[in-house]
Design a protein around this ligand. Structure first.
Ligand code: MN
Length: 384
């Protein structure tokens, strides 16, 4: 049994290729990848995204997971060594929405930007706040991130200027991937979460804080976010996450009925943010105020359609402790308290050449350590 977080309790799906194999669906097992197109020959495994498999629905997902488990445990099939594969963006992304569901993150941001006001805005405890992002700039882990340029204006500046972002940041998040859609005009309740959501990935919502701060009033994030969002290549099936389910946090206000179902999908995931190989934060996902099921219910409560390949992010995950903050905005408290790294250098926000990596683990069936792998990206200088 593999001891690296990719044992039988996990079995995440991804899309891989080698010089001899065109992009196709595989399952990660230990240090190898099981080529599902080769092993089973289903057409939904012989394609360059997970979308066809995801559209099949829960019964097929469960049947294939059982079949893969049997094959791996009984017949030791040959695997493609992980060092020989190239991983691809695992899904064709349909719509992309990002939420803001960490109470500690939202409170920290409120304190940094509005020090004299209540940290949480009046709507925050009543609904999972979110915005629509840009699906066409979602990239797979390992893709370099070019520092964005844009319009900024500091509080002391007389007029805005255009230039490279000076406050480039990460957001440590979990992404939910929709397998089965729903028609416009319908609603998907929190209780139907597991029939629609295929699995989860790690997500880095790269953020240009200076561009964001000037542009976001009154309609929310736009160019400060839309230049790139990275996701991990391995999609952990919801079935693997079952043992990581835990109770929701205590609430101080009652939720409307449509948000009362799906509270049982809080997840205990251990996340980690690394800068150039050094761990700078360990955000705990079980501190989130809303679950992925509640986010899905909110996303569709107005009759919005849901599609195979929709992706929604949890929002930055931050815990109550200073070393549990999931962004440099919070870790450096708005840039006023630089972090000192092991090599003696200091950081407020990301420099060119920096590599930011998010990792995630959870305890799966039988107490087995399970891994999400990682989502990583290196910052390249702004385009000339
Ligand atoms: Mn975000």
């Amino acid at each position: 049994m593999p001891q690296n977080g990719f044992g039988l309790a996990n079995l995440p799906y991804g899309v891989f290729s080698t010089p001899d194999r065109s992009p196709r669906v595989g399952v990660r097992y230990g240090d190898g990848v099981l080529d599902l197109a080769e092993a089973f020959g289903e057409t939904y495994f012989a394609t360059a995204t997970l979308n066809e498999l995801m559209a099949q629905g829960r019964q097929v997902w469960d049947r294939e997971r059982a079949r893969i488990t049997r094959l791996l445990s009984e017949r030791a099939p040959s695997l493609v060594p992980i060092e020989d594969v190239t991983m691809h963006l695992p899904i064709k992304v349909a719509d992309y929405v990002d939420f803001y569901a960490s109470e500690h993150h939202a409170s920290n941001v409120g304190r940094i930007f509005r020090p004299d006001a209540e940290p949480l805005l009046p709507n925050w405890r009543h609904l999972p706040v979110g915005y629509h992002g840009r699906s066409s700039t979602i990239v797979v882990s390992g893709t370099d991130i070019v520092r964005p340029s844009g319009q900024t204006k500091g509080p002391q500046d007389d007029a805005p200027t255009y230039g490279p972002c000076r406050r480039l940041d990460v957001e440590v998040e979990v992404g939910y991937i929709v397998g089965v859609g729903a028609p416009m005009g319908g609603r998907v309740s929190g209780a139907e979460f597991a029939d629609h959501v295929f699995g989860c990935v790690l997500l880095n919502d790269w953020s240009a804080r200076d561009i964001q701060a000037w542009e976001y009033v009154p309609l929310g994030p736009h160019l400060g976010k839309s230049f790139a969002t990275s996701i991990s290549p391995w999609v952990v099936p919801l079935a693997a996450l079952e043992p990581a389910r835990t109770g929701p946090p205590a609430r101080t206000v009652p939720l409307l009925p449509y948000l009362q179902e799906g509270e049982d999908w809080a997840l205990r995931l251990e996340l980690e943010l690394e800068l150039n190989g050094e761990t700078v934060s360990r955000p705990p996902y079980d501190t989130m105020y809303f679950t992925g099921a509640q986010m899905l219910a909110h996303l569709t409560v107005n009759g919005a359609a849901l599609s195979t390949g929709d992706l929604y992010g949890s929002g930055t995950v931050s815990g109550p402790e200073p070393d549990q903050r999931g962004s440099f905005l919070e870790l450096s408290w708005g840039g006023t308290e630089p972090l000192t790294l092991a090599d003696g250098s200091q950081r407020t926000f990301l420099q060119d050449g920096d590599t930011a990596t998010i990792r995630g683990t959870f305890t799966g069936a039988g107490g087995e350590l399970c891994s999400f792998g990682e989502v990583t990206g290196r910052i390249l200088p702004a385009a000339g």
